[in-house]
Design a protein around this ligand. Structure first.
Ligand SMILES: *Cc1c(COP(=O)(O)O)cnc(C)c1O
Length: 401
């Protein structure tokens, strides 16, 4: 692990001003247990060996890098490459941290995995891990999302998970987090809470980042192998920020690379129409940590919108807030329309149907490419688009030839 990763966060889980762990008193001892277990177990030879085995023989890692030649030719300028997390088992990067969280739970002697899910992607990945490890799995999901994301609910149930409908408030992701945390308190002795991104109280932002680090480590080696050099620009979409942290962290010890996190600008820059937290957010607290936050007029987390439900969160991982403040990473955005154009382009021109989340990073790469002739851009193709095709085609059609 690199020196940046070793020294961030600090011992209390802070990245500069951001992060920390603001917990209800009953959870304090359990988070201490998780922190200590993570520190000890994740460094043990047995854990590292088990995780390597799982990544190779169950997840299908390493995932390749693909050169997007047709898109690069069409854009003119920089050459665009994609790290293919869509080829990771279950079709997205989320399984990288879910399998590791499951393995940690096993080493801690836990018998159950619990979490919230928004669109159901994290729920499916965690249910997959629970099935693999022979554990129980309880996923909390808003009633609105259950209706919208029926195929993922079916997947979770097929995988053996219990899906708990959340019927209060906005009946969506934020309430699902509240509900899952509440249900976790009396079960914390035998269950592990598995957060779905680099968010939540310490140690989750660090732990999930470290479990996603494999993406960047693989990508760096593969890119050098393929081109003989390092990429000039490295980019990924940012919801909570786990796929971005995974890719970026593989290149943090290298000089001269520009990093771009791409936030969803939705339909407009008006509050409520986007989820561009770093672009428009202010300091605040959500779900037990300090970060940048989109707030409404009462100071509460604001409603957010984006075409990509996996990016639909009014907060962002504390490390991203920190990397923005220090200027190490640039944050920009792509709107619904640009993401859709990129979705169609990658499908038609390269034979890869991307997740709408990942299409935001590609939209940025396609927009920037003409400004960087002779340079290279590496983007994280965080997931495949099968989950999005019905919605896209029913709403926007099959796309122009
Ligand atoms: C959940 C998801 C994201 C957003 O999560 P991050 O933690 O920001 O990476 C991005 N892409 C895909 C395919 C997802 O499923």
């Amino acid at each position: 692990m690199t020196s940046y990763l070793k020294s961030h966060p600090d011992r209390d889980g802070f990245f500069g001003d951001y992060g920390g762990a603001e917990l209800p008193p009953p959870l304090v001892p359990h988070f201490k247990e998780i922190r200590e277990a993570y520190d000890k177990i994740s460094k043990s030879a047995e854990f590292i060996r088990d995780l390597r085995y799982i990544r190779k023989h169950f997840q299908g890692r390493p995932t390749p890098i693909s050169y997007l030649k047709n898109i690069s030719d069409a854009c003119g300028g920089a050459q665009i490459y994609a790290k293919r997390e869509d080829l990771n088992h279950t079709g997205a990067h989320k399984l990288n941290h879910c399998m590791a969280e499951g393995l940690l739970a096993k080493h801690m002697g836990k018998t159950k995995l619990m979490a919230e899910t928004g669109a159901g992607q994290h729920g499916v990945a965690l249910a997959t891990a629970a099935a693999y490890f022979g554990m129980e799995c309880e996923i909390h999901m808003g009633e609105i999302d259950i209706e919208k994301e029926a195929p993922n609910v079916t997947r979770m149930k097929l995988l053996g998970a219990t899906v708990v409908p959340v019927d209060f408030g906005g009946r969506s992701l934020k309430e699902a987090v509240d509900s899952a945390f509440q249900a976790y308190v009396p079960q914390a002795d035998h269950a592990l809470f598995a957060i779905g991104s680099v968010v939540g109280p310490h140690p989750y932002p660090m732990m999930v980042r470290d479990f996603q680090h494999v993406v960047g480590v693989e990508a760096r080696e593969q890119f050098i192998d393929m081109t003989g050099e390092l990429p000039d620009i490295v980019t990924a979409c940012v919801g909570g920020g786990s796929n971005a942290m995974g890719l970026f962290s593989g290149f943090f010890e290298d000089d001269g690379i520009e990093f771009y996190g791409v936030e969803p600008m939705g339909t407009s820059s008006n509050l409520g129409d986007h989820a561009a937290t770093i672009t428009y957010g202010v300091d605040g607290d959500i779900h037990g940590f300090h970060t940048l936050l989109l707030k409404d007029e009462n100071g509460d987390p604001a409603p957010v919108h984006t075409i990509a439900s996996g990016l639909d969160y009014p907060g962002v991982g504390p490390e991203h807030a920190f990397l923005h403040k220090t200027g190490r990473v640039n944050y920009t955005s792509a709107n619904d329309k640009e993401a859709l154009d990129a979705f169609y382009a990658l499908s038609r021109q390269e034979g890869i149907i991307p997740a709408l989340e990942s299409a935001h990073a590609l939209a940025f790469a396609m927009r920037e490419a003409p400004n960087h002739p002779g340079k290279s851009i590496l983007m994280n193709l965080s997931g495949r688009g099968d989950k999005d095709i019905d919605y896209v085609v029913e709403t926007f059609g099959i796309g122009e030839a």
